[in-house]
Design a protein around this ligand. Structure first.
Ligand code: SF4
Length: 671
């Protein structure tokens, strides 16, 4: 509005065209242009003799353009979309609108609790997607508000009618999925609809009758039994990568825990007997988990920050398209190349990272494990492995019994053997003892029954000419100090405590036989389609770069059925060549940042006892986990367990329940 009671200044297209016909004077008269404009203040006559190369009058107008990008204020935020790079960005706000985002350029100022300062080399940390989120945020295509499918709304308004025998809703309310329009409702209405539906589902599938309904719907009997007549157990949630937003996303855990309140209400049980919903997995479901890593190491994932590329001389990318999928970390790869590192991509496609690589090895999809075994063949065949490392840091010298193909245990050979006390990074806890929360665990915790089951293994000591026990404490320096010289090859005979004599061979010897029999470069080339020359050359290159070869694994190959073999074969190559545990020389599968350590209160938030909420913020919450964990894989597999004929391969602890409601947040990779 114009001030001082003047009429607002508006020129319609029609006014403008009319004025053009009559000239500027009639334009002014017709539309009452403001006096300021009519003064033509910016149209002063040019001074005669002015040299525009030396001076320029009245440059004030340029300020308008300069100020276009001058923010009124800025603020920092953590970019946390559905990826896990967690870049700290700066929003630039003008007239209340974020006009653009910037890298924060603040990483170099960060210090850890001990005062160590980070390097500014983590800056600039950003990607083009993160920068473009500002546009998406204000886009007219952004969904704002609550929407509900029309058929579902009608089903709710009709009072959730169902077939009394099966519990199935009438077809007409659900046949429109994927075709019907969504109507906007208020948030209050949306909450009401969801809450009423969950109550109805819990009622329908609780008790004996609920169980029968699931049976009549044709669910696997093992799944029906897993419900235990508790309707809330058919309600699932998935907070994808919950630590990107412990409250925003992780709230679904809390909600599943709180469904115990609903169960108590529906089944009329007390707090002790009430059970919540089920929570689907995140990391393993979207295949960030490389299955071979826990199998080999006991850790969820072997990992490194991608900066460590700058310490490597050889960087091998296994199904990992670094340039495209690790955008804020792309510069580490470029800089590593500037330092002289060679980059090799091993993938089924010529990927964007291949265009930056020194060597591109295209293999058949799913044949990564075979390719790695071909490398291992060359390394063992030509004795290119690091013998000292293999002997002191790996389990390859451990003896395997030829009568049952199990590892030889010390108690097999030494009567009354007592396993060594473990002190090297391991702590044995009593069975049933509650371990501290992960942030407070200072060692690997091993229950005493598991320790007893392990016993100690044995190697063939060339010095003493007989078997010697080795505990898991004896790694690296500790092994070398024990004065043992283990055999890697050969067949030996040991006497068991029951008097029998059995043949034993080091694991290395067995692996060698397998590699020599089945994994020659020619054989592997047939399976992988990689040229023999590529297998021979890369094996030599890796062996020549002990402690400096990086094995960077992508998450895509984790989709294959043989995914654990891929990890185990790659780790074998790394172990043979002393490329485990070094900056720039190790195996890793970096899916993103893990922030669990920063949210140690998450357990309390997610599993606070819903019947006993703590209202005093200065006191810790009392926890009781009422929800159960389940893998989303079973739902993706048609909401069924892995059953072949009469044999159910899914164990009781992993048995899914029928899925009747799904809530999820931050997950666009579900189903
Ligand atoms: S990589 Fe891009 S999208 Fe992901 S957090 Fe960083 S800026 Fe945001």
């Amino acid at each position: 509005m114009a001030s001082g009671g003047e009429r607002p200044f508006r020129v319609t297209r029609r006014d403008f065209l009319r004025a053009l016909a009559g000239g500027a004077a009639s334009l002014a008269a017709g539309v009452q242009l403001p006096r300021e404009l009519l003064r033509f203040a910016f149209l002063q006559p040019v001074q005669p003799g002015l040299n525009p190369l030396k001076e320029y009058p009245n440059r004030g107008w340029e300020k308008v353009y300069r100020d276009l990008y001058t923010p009124d204020y800025t603020y920092h935020y953590l970019c946390a979309p559905n990826d896990t790079h967690g870049c700290l960005l700066k929003a630039n706000v003008k007239n209340g609108v974020v006009v653009y985002a910037d890298p924060s350029f603040g990483y170099g100022k960060a210090t850890d609790p001990y005062g160590n300062q980070a390097s500014a080399r983590w800056d600039p940390r950003v990607c083009i997607s993160g920068l473009a989120y500002v546009r998406r945020f204000y886009s007219d295509r952004r969904v704002k508000g609550a929407f509900v499918r029309l058929g579902f709304k009608r089903w709710a308004e009709a009072g959730f009618p169902r077939d009394p025998a099966t519990g199935r809703p009438p077809e007409q309310f659900f046949s429109g999925r994927g075709k019907e329009e969504f109507v906007q409702v208020s948030y209050e209405e949306a909450y009401r609809l969801v809450a009423r539906a969950l109550v109805d589902i819990a009622r329908t599938y609780s008790g004996r009758e609920g169980e029968e309904r699931l049976r009549r719907q044709g669910y696997d009997e093992a799944m029906v039994e897993a419900v235990h007549s508790i309707g809330t157990q058919t309600i699932k949630a998935r907070g994808g990568m919950p630590l990107l937003g412990p409250i925003r996303i992780g709230g679904l855990y809390r909600f599943m825990n709180m469904l115990a309140l609903l169960d108590a209400h529906v089944r009329g049980v007390g707090p002790e007997g009430a059970v919540g919903g089920r929570h689907w997995d995140s990391y393993s479901w979207h295949t960030d988990l490389p299955p071979g890593h826990p199998m080999v190491s006991g850790q969820q994932t072997l990992d490194f920050d991608l900066y460590t590329a700058e310490n490597a001389r050889l960087i091998t990318l296994w199904g990992m398209n670094w340039i495209a999928t690790k955008m804020p970390d792309g510069h580490w790869l470029t800089e590593a190349k500037l330092h002289g590192a060679r980059v090799v991509t091993i993938a089924p496609e010529y990927q964007s990272s291949s265009s930056k690589a020194d060597e591109v090895i295209v293999i058949r999809p799913g044949s990564d494990a075979h390719f790695a075994l071909g490398l291992a063949h060359v390394i063992v065949r030509d004795r290119l492995y690091d013998e000292a490392f293999v002997k002191s840091f790996t389990d390859l010298p451990l003896l395997v019994r030829m009568d049952n193909l199990r590892r030889l245990q010390a108690r097999d050979v030494i009567a009354g053997y007592r396993p060594a006390e473990l002190r090297n990074g391991t702590r044995v806890i009593r069975d049933g003892e509650r371990p501290p929360v992960p942030a407070q665990q200072d060692a690997q915790l091993v229950p005493e029954s598991l320790r007893a089951e392990w016993d100690d293994y044995m190697v063939w000591d060339l010095r003493s000419g007989g078997p010697r026990p080795v505990s898991r404490d004896l790694v690296g320096r500790h092994f070398q100090e024990a004065g043992i010289e283990p055999a890697l090859e050969g067949e030996f005979e040991v006497s068991l405590v029951d008097g029998r004599r059995v043949k034993v061979r080091p694991a290395f010897d067995l692996v060698k036989q397998y590699l020599m029999d089945s994994c020659s470069p020619e054989q592997i080339s047939k399976v992988t389609w990689a040229p023999v020359e590529a297998i021979e050359n890369l094996a030599r290159e890796i062996a020549a770069n002990k402690t400096r070869t990086l094995f960077v694994e992508g998450m895509g190959p984790n989709h294959f059925f043989n995914n654990d073999c891929k990890d185990r074969a790659i780790i074998l190559v790394a172990a043979l060549t002393n490329n485990v545990g070094h900056f720039g020389g190790t195996v890793g599968s970096y899916a993103g940042n893990y922030r669990l350590a920063f949210f140690s209160g998450f357990g309390q938030y997610g599993t606070e006892d819903p019947f006993d909420i703590e209202l005093d913020p200065s006191r810790p919450a009392r926890t009781r986990k009422t929800y159960k964990a389940e893998s989303a894989h079973y739902y993706n597999y048609g909401d069924r367990p892995l059953r072949v004929g009469n044999k159910v391969f899914t164990g009781r602890t992993h048995m899914p329940t029928p899925t009747k409601a799904v809530l999820w947040a931050n997950s666009n990779s579900i189903l």
